[in-house]
Write a protein that binds this ligand. Structure first.
Ligand SMILES: [Zn+2]
Ligand SMILES: [Zn+2]
Length: 281
């Protein structure tokens, strides 16, 4: 599979997708929605645990738990859909053997989930811990810290700041995705796009440098915006939790978000976050 298709997306717009049929069928039906709901609960639970169990109160439990949780989520993806196995075979046919694929999963976990744990621990754990004594996780040794009210978490300030953080993230992500990964160094982005039909599993199929560019850039621009402009740990935590879900579920074959269509039809939707809402899929 050559890399030219990554550089000339218009060649692939002729018959299908964006200017073709309006809606893609949901082949998985109800079971697909159940799986999508399960992944959603897992992602938010994972980030919730990252903040509830900082490194000094059994944080390694939440780290190890996230790895196990993801392994289980991928097992569900393989169980309910034929897409991940087809992609494993396509990857093998393109020279990415089993070791490379497993290495990719571990590395994506390190960059994205271990990275989220680290950043949440460094930047906002103390501010957000709404834990009070008597919660079920007391037995793990979590210590109650400062409480954040529901209003602080879901109020208008947080929502406006979230919009700013998503914009900052996409302004970092889009040029790197379009000009570096698709035009300058498509060989780096090739492994990920071998997954033409994507599913959750495709979120863990990346060249080592690809995930650093794709995830590291939006995290860097959003984190710098938080550190130097907004300085608000509540919205930053919300952004990490929401963008981890959005970024990885962008490959979900039931939701079929703009990024799913970017894989399937190679349309020019280079946005991962905010601007994807305005793409006229
Ligand atoms: Zn791409
Ligand atoms: Zn992708």
């Amino acid at each position: 599979m050559p890399t030219e298709f990554l550089m000339n997306p218009n060649d692939h717009l002729k018959n299908k997708g964006k200017y073709g049929e309006k809606k893609d069928p949901n082949e998985l039906g109800m079971i697909g929605w159940v799986a999508t709901a399960y992944y959603t609960v897992c992602y938010f639970f994972m980030n919730h645990c990252f903040i509830k169990f900082p490194y000094h109160t059994h944080g390694y439990w939440s780290l190890a738990g996230s790895f196990l949780l993801l392994t289980g989520m991928l097992a569900v993806d393989f169980a309910v859909s034929k897409t991940p196995m087809k992609n494993v075979e396509r990857l093998r046919a393109n020279g990415y053997n089993t070791q490379v694929q497993i290495g990719s999963f571990v590395w994506v976990w390190v960059v994205s989930h271990f990275g989220s744990w680290l950043f949440l621990n460094m930047l906002c754990t103390e501010m957000l811990n709404t834990h009070t004594e008597g919660d079920w996780y007391d037995w793990l040794g979590a210590e109650p810290v400062v409480e954040a009210s529901w209003y602080a978490i879901f109020g208008p300030k947080t929502l406006i700041y979230l919009a700013i953080l998503f914009t900052a993230a996409d302004l970092g992500f889009m040029p790197v995705h379009e000009y570096f990964l698709h035009k300058t160094a498509p060989h780096i982005h090739h492994m990920h796009h071998v997954c033409v039909s994507s599913s959750l599993h495709s979120s863990y199929v990346f060249h080592a440098l690809d995930i650093v560019c794709e995830f590291g850039t939006p995290v860097a621009t959003a984190t710098l915006t938080h550190l130097f402009i907004l300085k608000d740990p509540v919205s930053y935590y919300m952004w990490v939790a929401a963008s981890v879900w959005w970024y990885f579920m962008g490959h979900d074959e039931t939701l079929k978000m703009a990024h799913w269509r970017h894989h399937k039809y190679r349309v020019q939707d280079y946005s991962a976050y905010w601007f994807a809402l305005f793409s006229n899929n």
